[in-house]
Design a protein around this ligand. Structure first.
Ligand code: NAP
Length: 331
């Protein structure tokens, strides 16, 4: 039987790399869209890229930026994927205040361009849009679920809200199998170093190794619903295996503060966090949402989605991975 074909935008990102592994393990042929950059480092995909059994046999990369619909159309038409996972985009909320135009261009209009291309296909693939809890802004209800009013308060959230609504409109008006994964924060050893979890786990590992003395952070009382990226890509895949398309909140339903994050990360390397942390107002985010907590019941009941680690295990595995990375660099 021919392998099922999946296409992923944002394949070089945290989620894209885990999703590639997830699909390859299940026998898929995986096609990733990558944008051209001056290096071909692609560190999160290196292990797959360097495996001759995988690269160019089961995993294929194609150059296409999100603002290049002609190229994307050509690739989609040629590859004819059965499933399309749209994960690409500027993923940093704070940064979206500095670069709102490009954030909206790629995240909002870029998503619409892809949906138009898919709609035109003779056999449109099932489509997953990686939406975000930022579409809720600072919600008046907690926890939030699929019915919580959309009221974003960042350029990133606004762009995701547009793309989320359009995904719904395409599902309802054109009868397409289009779904939104409304994701709360999810982390892993592959998380970008400018996100707070990774900044903390890397700092703990470096301070323990004598490579750094302290770390500067914003509001230590800020709370987040943090899950594990590997669990989230499993849910994304499950969403496209259902008999009906739908939107799902992906979250843990448990909130933790930056203080708790620091406590776990620094304890893992036998250090006291308050001896190494500086509070710096420059890292406080505009309009920081405090009550963001997701209700994953729909995903848990419909997808039978289960999470494999809790918050403490997640942070510890991130610290352990950063320690290993530092040790590898030394040798
Ligand atoms: P990530 O690690 O930052 O990866 C983003 C991906 O998008 C990278 O592959 C990046 O390519 C690609 N990309 C960015 N701009 C592009 C452009 N103009 N053209 C083509 N590719 C472009 O993000 P992630 O954590 O995997 O998140 C995946 C998706 O989920 C994102 O849409 C994010 O907004 C959403 N999401 C994530 C979270 C979370 O907690 N992780 C929560 C809610 C929603 P390069 O490698 O070339 O930069």
């Amino acid at each position: 039987m021919a392998a099922k074909i999946a296409m992923i935008t944002g394949i070089t990102g945290q989620d894209g790399s885990y999703l590639s592994e997830h699909l390859l393990e299940r026998g898929y042929e995986v096609h990733g869209l990558v944008r051209r950059s001056s290096t071909i480092e692609r560190s999160r995909l290196k292990h797959l890229y360097n495996d001759p059994e995988v690269y160019s046999r089961k995993l294929f990369l194609h150059y296409a930026d999100l603002d290049d619909p002609t190229t994307i159309r050509r690739i989609v038409t040629r590859v004819a994927p059965a499933e399309f996972y749209h994960l690409a985009g500027q993923s940093h909320v704070g940064l979206s205040f500095e670069i709102p135009e490009s954030t909206c261009d790629t995240t909002a209009i870029g998503t619409l361009r892809i949906m138009e291309i898919l709609r035109d296909q003779p056999d449109p693939p099932r489509f997953l849009h990686a939406s975000s809890r930022e579409i809720f802004g600072t919600p008046s209800v907690s926890p939030q679920d699929e019915n919580t009013p959309v009221n974003p308060n960042s350029p990133y959230g606004c762009a995701k809200a547009f793309a989320t609504q359009m995904t719904k409109i395409y599902r309802e008006s054109h009868g397409l199998f289009f779904c939104n994964a409304i994701c709360y924060n999810h982390e892993s050893p592959r998380r970008g170093e400018n996100f707070v979890t990774r900044k903390v786990t890397l700092a703990a590992a470096r301070i323990a190794a004598g490579q750094q003395e302290s770390v500067s952070l914003g509001d230590l009382d800020a709370c987040r619903d943090w899950g594990y990226a590997k669990d989230f890509v499993n849910a994304m895949w499950l969403m496209l295996q259902q008999s009906q398309p739908d939107d799902y909140v992906l979250a843990t339903g448990v909130s933790h503060s930056i203080r708790e994050l620091l406590e776990i990360a620094f304890s893992r390397v036998s250090l006291r966090w308050n001896e190494h942390v500086n509070v710096d107002d420059r890292f406080k985010r505009p309009a920081d949402p405090y009550q963001l907590l997701g209700d994953p019941s729909h995903a848990e009941s419909q997808l039978e989605w289960k999470r494999s680690v809790d918050f403490q295990q997640l942070i510890e595995l991130m610290v352990d991975s950063d320690i290993e990375r530092i040790q590898r660099q030394k040798h």
